[in-house]
Design a protein around this ligand. Structure first.
Ligand code: ADP
Ligand code: MG
Ligand code: MG
Length: 257
């Protein structure tokens, strides 16, 4: 079974320390919710795992099945099966969704494939893409558009779920995939993630709302405050924070921020 392990992770942006000793182990098949007030460092954790330049690891380690993730280039991390749906996805003008998804899913599903070897056969790929798009209630025309280019907020988020469904990564980090979606779209996203199957992934869901978790109840909920995970609980902790906010947490850890 696969395991993503983060130990004593310290991350700085510029000269500013943001994460200050994060420990987190995600086993394949587990769903973890990551909560915490704005600016506490949740996105920074995801971006550091993905290898975003500008997020400097000053201490600690990240490993995937015992392999040092920090030694991997960004594309190697993706190939190794780590996926992140970004809070602010990037546009790739000139690259069509379908082409992007065919390359990316081939790379993730066939990690031993050499550069230049065959992609997933077109016919097989097209069928799968069509099925998954229809499941997500996405118009097939969407696949012909450039990645995230001029997408509405809702379209971007849906495109991220489509990527998740097509790539079938080992571990997925969803950074506020529900933000900017209306209630129906969040429900669809929540169901779609459940359909893809938590048991086939390790999931880290960053969210301020309870709807995305509705069909994806977390086994673990972590609360980030001031760049540290100050509390871990079960799904009842997520429920408490959704209902009552972070006041109790802030009072309990007055020195964290
Ligand atoms: P969250 O996702 O929990 O809202 P972030 O990880 O986005 O928090 O941000 C944590 C802190 O790091 C904030 O103070 C934010 O301003 C700072 N930060 C994150 N990314 C950058 C960046 N690229 N440049 C400057 N500051 C950043
Ligand atoms: Mg935020
Ligand atoms: Mg964030």
């Amino acid at each position: 079974t696969h395991v993503l392990k983060i130990e004593n992770l310290h991350v700085s942006v510029g000269d500013k320390p943001i994460l200050r000793g994060v420990n987190l182990t995600i086993n394949h098949g587990e769903t973890h919710a990551l909560m915490g007030p704005n600016g506490s460092g949740k996105s920074t954790l995801g971006l550091a795992i993905m290898g975003h330049p500008g997020y400097e690891i000053t201490e600690g380690s990240i490993s995937l099945d015992g392999e040092d993730v920090l030694e991997m280039e960004v594309n190697e991390r993706a190939r190794a099966g780590i996926f992140m749906a970004f809070q602010r996805p990037m546009a790739i003008p000139g690259v069509k969704m379908a082409d992007f998804l065919r390359h990316a899913s081939t790379n993730v599903r066939r990690p031993d494939r050499k550069e230049g070897e065959d992609l997933i056969p077109m016919r097989e790929f097209r069928k799968e893409l069509k099925d998954k798009m229809s499941h997500l209630q996405m118009d097939v025309e969407f696949a012909r558009r450039y990645v995230n280019d001029g997408f509405s907020g809702g379209e971007m988020k849906r495109a991220e779920i489509l990527q998740l469904a097509m790539l079938q990564p080992k571990f997925a980090i969803l950074d506020e995939t529900d933000s900017g979606l209306d209630a129906d779209a969040v429900r669809l996203a929540s169901e779609s993630i459940a359909d893809i199957g938590h048991q086939k992934m390790g999931l880290l869901i960053i969210t301020h709302h309870d709807k995305l978790l509705e069909h994806n109840p977390p086994e673990f909920t972590h609360v980030m405050l001031g760049g540290r995970l100050v509390e871990t609980g079960g799904k009842e902790l997520a429920e408490e924070l959704h209902q009552h906010g972070y006041e109790r947490i802030r009072n309990a850890y007055p020195d964290a921020e």
